[in-house]
Design a protein around this ligand. Structure first.
Ligand code: AMP
Ligand code: MG
Length: 507
C-alpha cells in the first residue's frame, strides 16, 4: 500500500494524441487537438468527506492525499489535462464542449488494469465556456453515491474515489428561474479506463480534421480495446460492433434497475459503454415509462425512461458518422446499427426472463410482458418493490404485492390476478426465484434518499451518506436490519420536491 502521490503515473493520452500548444488559459476554441494541458485550481479550505475504500483497495492506496484530491499541486509524473470533445445536446450539434470542469491527473495501475483518475469541479479549463469550472456539494454527492451504487448493482459505470468539500461557496440557479444562491463547493475524484466519449471523435469529424481523428482512434484501440486493430474497414467495424454491444448492455441494465440518465447527449456517452456524467439522473419509483427527471427535458421528454434504448441507438449512429471518414466504404457502417438494435433486443429479452423468473425468453412471452407494462401504469406502482415482492410470491394473488402500490384501495385486483395467473402458468408455479432476486434489486438509490443525504451533508453531517454507501454495496441482499427504513416507497414530501422529482443540469 502506498499513497496517490507515490504511485507510478502514466499519460498515454497526452503522449499519443495531438494536444493544444497553449497551456491553460482562457476559454477558447481549440484546433487540431484532443486535449489541453491545464492545472487544477487549489481549494481554499479542503476537507475529505467521502472515500471509497474499495476503489482505494483497487488502486492499492491508503486514505489521504487531500492536497492532490482538492486541486493542489500535481505530484511527479502527473501531466494534468482537460479533454476536448463535442457533442449533440438534445439532438442538436453543439460543437466544442470539452472538460469544462474536469481535469484528468493521469493514469495509474489498478487491479483491473490501467485506469485514469480525474478531478471533477477543480476549476477553469479552456473548455469552461462561460461557466466557473466548479461543482457543488449536492451534485458531487449524487455522482459519488450513485456511481458506487450502480457498480454494486452490476451496471457498467465510472467509479468514484473521493469527495472533498473545498471550503468555497459557488453560486447556482438550481431551477434556472433567477433564484440564485450560494452553495458549498466540492470536488470528486473519479476513475475509469478512460474518459473518451462519442463526442471526443465527433469534434474532429465536424471540422474535417481526419488526421486528429485517426490518431485518436488508433490511441483508443491500441490502449483500450485489446485484440482489436485499426488498419482497415473490417477491423474498424469489429471495434465499433463491440462499442455498440457494450452500449446496449449498459442501457439494458438501466432499464432493469429503473435508472434514467437524464442527459444522454453524445458527449455523455462513454466509448467503454460505462454510465458517465451523473447529472439530473433519477430512479423510476412509480412505474411511468414517460418519466424524465430532467426539468430541461420536460417539454419533449427525449431522455425519458422508455426512450433510452432508442436514444442510445441514435447516439451510436452519430458515433458511426464520426468514424466514417476513416472508411474506404463507409456504407458498411449501417450494419453496426443493426448490431446495436439486435443486441439491445436480445438483452431486453433476457432482462425480462430474469425479472420474471423464466429460464429463457420465448416469443410467446412478448405478450405477457406487454400486458405487464400496461398494468404497471394503471395506478401508481413502485417498480423496485413490485419486482422484488414478485420474486417472493407464493401464489398468483395481488394481495401479496399490495405494498408496491401507492394507493392500496385503487389496486385493479381482478386485472392483476388474471395476469398473475398467466405468469404463474408460464413458470409452472416455480419461478426461478434466485434469478429473479439477482435481477430485481431490493435497494436502489432512490431520488429522495439522495436528497435526505444531501440535506444532512450540507449541514456538515455525512453519516447518512456513509449509511447509504454501505446499504447500496449489497443491493440484492435482504439486509433485514435496513428493510423498514429503506425498502419503502417514495414518501409524500418527495413527490414534487426539487432534487427528488425535479432536477436540472445546474450542478
Ligand atoms: P454535462 O451535460 O452536465 O455533462 O455538461 C455539458 C458541458 O458543460 C460539458 O462540457 C461540461 O464540462 C460543461 N460544464 C457543466 N458545468 C460546468 C461548470 N460549472 N463549469 C464549466 N463547465 C461546465
Ligand atoms: Mg458531460
Amino acid at each position: 500500500m502506498s499513497n496517490l502521490s507515490s504511485l507510478t503515473w502514466y499519460s498515454r493520452f497526452v503522449d499519443e494524441t495531438p494536444g493544444d500548444s497553449v497551456v491553460g488559459g482562457p476559454a477558447r476554441q481549440v484546433e487540431g487537438a484532443c486535449w489541453s494541458r491545464v492545472l487544477p485550481t487549489p481549494s481554499p479550505n479542503p476537507s475529505l468527506q467521502l472515500w471509497s475504500e474499495e476503489m482505494a483497495k483497487s488502486l492499492s492506496i491508503t486514505k489521504g492525499d487531500l492536497e492532490i484530491l482538492s486541486g493542489g499541486a500535481p505530484s511527479s509524473g502527473m501531466d494534468p489535462y482537460a479533454q476536448r470533445y463535442g457533442g449533440h445536446q438534445f439532438g442538436t450539434w453543439a460543437h466544442q464542449l470539452g472538460d469544462g470542469r474536469a481535469i484528468t491527473l493521469g493514469e495509474v495501475e489498478s487491479d483491473v488494469g490501467i485506469v485514469e483518475l480525474q478531478l471533477k469541479g477543480s476549476g477553469l479549463t479552456p473548455y469552461s465556456r462561460t461557466a466557473d469550472g466548479k461543482a457543488v456539494l449536492r451534485s458531487s454527492i449524487r455522482e459519488f453515491l450513485c456511481s458506487e451504487a450502480m457498480h454494486h448493482l452490476g451496471v457498467p459505470t465510472t467509479r468514484a474515489l473521493s469527495l472533498v468539500t473545498t471550503g468555497e461557496e459557488v453560486m447556482r440557479d438550481i431551477l434556472y428561474d433567477g433564484n440564485r444562491a450560494f452553495e458549498q463547493g466540492a470536488i470528486i475524484s473519479r476513475v475509469s479506463p478512460s474518459f473518451i466519449r462519442f463526442g471526443s471523435f465527433q469534434i474532429h469529424t465536424a471540422i474535417g480534421d481526419t488526421e486528429t481523428l485517426r490518431e485518436l482512434v488508433e490511441h483508443t484501440i491500441r490502449n483500450h480495446f485489446p485484440g482489436h486493430q485499426y488498419s482497415n474497414d473490417q477491423q474498424l467495424l469489429a471495434w465499433l460492433a463491440d462499442i455498440a454491444k457494450s452500449t446496449a448492455t449498459m442501457v439494458s441494465h438501466w432499464m432493469r434497475v429503473g435508472f434514467v440518465h437524464g442527459v444522454m447527449n453524445t458527449d455523455n456517452m462513454s466509448i467503454h459503454g460505462l454510465t458517465i456524467d451523473y447529472g439530473p439522473y433519477g430512479w423510476i419509483e412509480d412505474y411511468d415509462p414517460n418519466w424524465t427527471p430532467n426539468t430541461t427535458d420536460l417539454s419533449h421528454r427525449r431522455y425519458k425512461f422508455a426512450n433510452q434504448p432508442r436514444i442510445a441507438g441514435w447516439n451510436v449512429a452519430r458515433l458511426l458518422e464520426s468514424i466514417a471518414p476513416l472508411f474506404d466504404e463507409p456504407e458498411q457502417l449501417s450494419q453496426i446499427l443493426d448490431v446495436y438494435f439486435e443486441a439491445i433486443g436480445e438483452q431486453q429479452n433476457s432482462m425480462w426472463a430474469g425479472k420474471l423468473g423464466f429460464d429463457t425468453f420465448e416469443e410467446k412471452d412478448v405478450e405477457l410482458v406487454r400486458e405487464l407494462n400496461s398494468l404497471l401504469q394503471l395506478v401508481e406502482t413502485d417498480m423496485t418493490i413490485f419486482f422484488r415482492l414478485l420474486s417472493d410470491i407464493e401464489a398468483p394473488n395481488v394481495e401479496s404485492l399490495k405494498f408496491a402500490f401507492y394507493e392500496e384501495d385503487e389496486i385493479p385486483t381482478q386485472q392483476w390476478n388474471e395476469w398473475l395467473l398467466k405468469w404463474w402458468d408460464r413458470v409452472d408455479a416455480t419461478p426461478d426465484r434466485i434469478k429473479m432476486k439477482l435481477t430485481n434489486p431490493k435497494y436502489v438509490f432512490r431520488n429522495w434518499m439522495a436528497q435526505l443525504a444531501i440535506e444532512d451533508a450540507e449541514k456538515g453531517d455525512f453519516s447518512l451518506c456513509e449509511e447509504l454507501l454501505e446499504l447500496l454495496k449489497n443491493p440484492y441482499a435482504e439486509q433485514m436490519d435496513m428493510h423498514s427504513k429503506w425498502f419503502t416507497k417514495r414518501p409524500e414530501w418527495a413527490k414534487s420536491k426539487v432534487g427528488c422529482s425535479m432536477l436540472s443540469c445546474s450542478s
